[in-house]
Design a protein around this ligand. Structure first.
Ligand SMILES: Cc1cc2nc3c(=O)[nH]c(=O)nc-3n(C[C@H](O)[C@H](O)[C@H](O)COP(=O)(O)OP(=O)(O)OC[C@H]3O[C@@H](n4cnc5c(N)ncnc54)[C@H](O)[C@@H]3O)c2cc1C
Length: 597
């Protein structure tokens, strides 16, 4: 039995047109002016159809079949139907949706690419990992590639003829990229010979395309130790020269694929580079900066993966809660004509459903808001506006990545719980979402690494520049609606918690001066705290936007009631995180390592 999926077009449209007012934004962003509502609706509807009709039916079979590796050819076969779906994806022009037009893409803004990605990932997350990595490679080539590299590599990737990968991880080097050992020796022709083994490489090998372009972190012979000695290289599976001519097979091979908990249709490859020809991209020893271009894109995309899984699991759990009859409502029968009431009447089932709904819709507004920041950063004509978007985006990226993926773990588990034992067995498809969701808090930087990025880099090292901008934006929103009676139930607590956020940040900063371990001790709680406040802002904005819109009364009421639930039942989680932060590092570090057990 396959699970159901309908792309949430109404909520995406609401977030785009009403909450974020993207029409106004696009009207003033160069090369977005022509993007009217009709055009955006057409893209969203087509993406919905493709995801529902082509990708969703392959989700469960992809999970049960997984990928297979042939030792003799070092080839990987993806599950049945995956390759054909990719051909349809490319024919439909989806591969280069947001890639630059000059390189065969369609040049659409990321704000529109984001919901398309969400639909794809809801329909089939494992399949969605193949184009995901191409998207990051396009970004890296666009921003730091030389002209010939863009011509030779970006174009075929944007056209979907080739795909991209991101090769960072080695057996001894995961979160700490400073430890990586892969070597790059200069060749006489200006290329480099890359030698080393990368592990866990998503889409490192597959049967979708002939060529695969690996973006590989490696060390030059004169590299200083640590992260300051890492450079980035383009290493194609089939060699490509400066004229873009395709040559013989390069010395890079898949050595094995991993057996893993979920995401089974996505090939997770061990990649062996044995003097493979590679081209330096960006400056020597500045590979980490170059890689961050890719990683930031990918981090937002992984946040959307979390959102996508939460949405699909929720849709099915909601349907089940309406149909499954068990016990009577405590306040008396709600369906007296039936042998029992549907699950949805029970208090804790409603809590589980509303938790999912409020995290999903709030998370969607936050994720799409991040999309608008990407577009402003890339396209705005005003330098100050671009800079502001960049600072805000860099601050919000770890929050989007970590919160939406941690929410996915919570939401998919709640969805499974609503199915009871029928969720735990494979038949209903819910356990697949729990398994698939699990990786999203690990790859592209674990939640802990996102938390350190947020508190250590974005707050401490950059003096909270992004937080300051975000707090100002929330304050302006609160001021704008200060006299709006019907919004007071949200504005007052939002104003209170944003002030608390600023105070809390300062108090951590003060403690960290005397003891740097305070940062690591506070980081994860601080990330959740920040995320829940950010969602509160987007919920308050959503109610304001719904009230001001011409949406139907039911829609407006649903937004208000979900926001009310969020403020009543989810936002108070900030109290626990704040209290944990305030206890400081002492309780974590007092215990000698030897006494752990
Ligand atoms: C299915 C899958 C696909 C992947 N795809 C790719 C890919 O395409 N390309 C690629 O390069 N890699 C990929 N990875 C690798 C992935 O990015 C790493 O697994 C991840 O970055 C974590 O590294 P690690 O597994 O070595 O864990 P470690 O870095 O060893 O971390 C172990 C634990 O310690 C925690 N930790 C580490 N340092 C700190 C710290 N300073 N403070 C607090 N906690 C800390 C971590 O959060 C984690 O919980 C993939 C992995 C999987 C499983």
């Amino acid at each position: 039995m396959t699970t159901h999926y309908t792309a949430p077009l109404a909520d995406v449209r609401f977030a785009l047109y009403d909450v974020l007012e993207v029409e106004k934004l696009f009207a003033r962003l160069p090369s977005c002016e022509a993007l009217n509502r009709e055009l955006m609706d057409a893209v969203l509807e087509e993406a919905a159809k493709f995801s529902q009709a082509v990708l969703a039916p392959l989700n469960q079979t992809g999970d049960s079949q997984g990928c297979t590796f042939d030792k003799n050819t070092a080839g990987v076969t993806t599950p049945e139907g995956f390759k054909h779906a990719y051909e349809q994806f490319v024919e439909g022009g989806w591969a280069g949706l947001t890639a630059p037009e000059a390189f065969g893409g369609q040049g659409l803004p990321e704000t529109i690419g984001a919901p398309v990605k969400e639909f794809i990932d809801s329909a089939n997350l494992a399949w969605g990992t193949y184009p995901l990595l191409s998207h990051g490679a396009i970004e890296a080539l666009r921003v730091i590639g030389e002209d010939w590299q863009r011509e030779a590599f970006l174009k075929p990737i944007a056209e979907g003829r080739w795909t991209g990968t991101m090769c960072l991880t080695e057996a001894h080097c995961g979160s700490d990229l400073g430890l990586l050992k892969t070597r790059a020796e200069p060749n006489p022709d200006g290329s480099y010979a890359i030698t080393g083994t990368k592990i866990f490489i998503t889409a490192g090998e597959h049967d979708f395309t002939d060529n695969i372009v690996h973006l590989v972190l490696a060390r030059l012979p004169d590299a200083p130790p640590g992260v300051k000695g890492i450079s980035l290289f383009i290493v194609p599976k089939l060699k490509v020269d400066r004229e873009g001519k395709i040559g013989e097979r390069n010395a890079v091979r898949c050595g094995a694929i991993e057996h893993k908990m979920g995401l089974k249709g996505s090939a997770t490859c061990v990649m062996k580079f044995d003097g493979a020809q590679g081209w330096l991209i960006g400056e020597p020893h500045r590979g980490l900066n170059a890689m961050f271009v890719m990683m930031n894109t990918a981090r937002l995309a992984v946040g959307l993966q979390g959102l996508a899984l939460s949405e699909r699991a929720y849709q099915n759990a909601l349907g089940y809660a309406r149909e499954r009859l068990q016990m009577r409502a405590l306040s008396g029968a709600k369906s007296p004509d039936k042998p029992a009431d549907p699950l949805i009447v029970h208090g804790d089932v409603r809590r589980m459903l509303l938790t999912q709904k409020s995290l999903i819709e709030g998370g969607r507004a936050l994720g799409l808001y991040a999309g608008t920041l990407v577009d402003i950063q890339h396209r705005a004509t005003d330098e100050a506006e671009r800079k502001r978007a960049e600072t805000l985006l860099s601050f919000l990226t770890p929050i989007v990545k970590a919160l939406l993926t941690e929410n996915a773990i919570e939401c998919t588990n709640l969805a499974l719980q609503i199915y009871g034992g029928h969720g735990y067995i494979a038949e209903h498809g819910m356990e697949q979402y729990v398994r698939d969701a699990r990786i999203t808090t690990i790859y592209e930087g674990t939640t802990q690494i996102q938390a350190l990025d947020l508190l250590g880099r974005k707050i401490m090292q950059q003096q909270g520049a992004g937080l300051k901008l975000f707090l100002e934006e929330i304050a302006a929103f609160c001021a704008q609606h200060a006299s709006n009676e019907s919004l007071q139930e949200f504005i007052a607590p939002l104003a209170r918690v944003t002030k608390e956020w600023a105070d809390l940040t300062q108090s951590i900063g003060k403690r960290a001066v005397g003891n740097a371990d305070e940062i690591g001790a506070a980081a994860a709680d601080y990330l959740f705290y920040s995320g829940y406040v950010a969602l509160a802002y987007f919920w308050a904005r959503s109610v304001a936007a719904a009230d001001a819109s011409s949406r139907k009364a039911d829609f407006k009421q649903a937004k208000r009631l979900t926001a009310r639930f969020y403020f009543a039942r989810i936002l108070p989680r900030t109290n626990v995180h704040r209290m944990a932060i305030e206890t400081g590092a002492e309780s974590l570090f007092a215990m000698p390592d030897a006494l752990f057990g």
